[in-house]
Design a protein around this ligand. Structure first.
Ligand code: PGA
Length: 243
């Protein structure tokens, strides 16, 4: 059984979200499907019986934080997961590794499972700094982190491989395998807990199996293709066939 995370980003309005969820509901999957809808469609998607996660949470639990939505507030309406440190949050909205760490801890405080996104930028890759970037991001998350009974998931998302409006340049499975192996080894420096590692970045129905076949890959984080019912149906079918 694999994880299939559908990150709808800001692609869909309320009505489109509900309609897509209805279509997804009719698909049969034994995999661990988790939907990350917009905040405005969130409760509706929860009420349809889906496992859900927040696309982002603020690290403060409650109070005078205009426009923010905390892990606490998401938990209250049925979220089980939260994306933390997505590259669009890091590089468009300026969040840093310290913010990411505080968000992980705020998820633990209320019992949400953080899905922490890590990955190198195009610049890192061109300057051969992929290992450096990954090790640093992992250190900032796991160093002296009290995991206790909490769960945490890591998503390897090379920033340059993430699609914008549907056009992306996927990472080769061989490159993904190398970095995911590094991630696994690095995490072991900090904890013996079982930490699932997912791949994300231009995953679609044509390449999904090549990622989930990798030894260290527990599933996929899908953006653009998860908002198109034809592609997403195929992704779910491809994964069902290997169960
Ligand atoms: P993509 O997005 O599948 O559209 O590349 C993945 C992500 O950013 O989580």
């Amino acid at each position: 059984m694999k994880y299939i995370l559908a990150n709808w980003k800001m692609y869909l309005n309320y009505e489109e979200s509900v309609n897509l969820a209805k279509q997804i509901k009719s698909l049969d999957t034994e995999d661990n499907l988790i939907i990350f809808p917009s905040a405005l469609a969130f409760k509706e998607i929860v009420s349809m019986g889906f496992e859900t996660g927040a696309q982002n949470v603020s690290w403060a639990p409650q109070g005078a934080y205009t426009g923010a939505l905390s892990a606490f507030l998401y938990k209250e309406v049925g979220a089980k997961y939260a994306l933390v440190g997505h590259s669009e949050r890091r590089y468009i909205f300026g969040e840093n590794n310290e913010d990411v760490r505080k968000k992980v801890e705020s998820c633990f405080d209320v019992g949400l499972t953080p899905v922490v996104c890590i990955g190198e930028t195009k610049e890192d890759k061109d300057e051969s700094k992929t290992q450096y970037r990954i090790k640093k991001q992992i250190m900032k998350v796991f160093d002296n982190l009290d995991i206790g009974n909490n769960k945490i998931i890591i998503a390897y998302e090379p920033v340059w491989a993430i699609s914008h409006g549907g056009e992306g340049q996927p990472c080769t499975p061989a490159d993904a395998e190398d970095v995911m192996g590094l991630i696994k080894r690095e995490i072991l420096e900090y904890t013996d807990n079982e930490i699932p590692i997912l791949y994300g970045g231009s995953v679609d129905e044509k390449n999904v199996l090549s990622y989930v076949a990798l030894e260290d890959c527990s599933g996929v984080l899908v953006g653009s293709a998860s908002t198109k019912i034809d592609s997403f149906t195929e992704i779910i079918k491809e994964l069902s066939d290997i169960n």
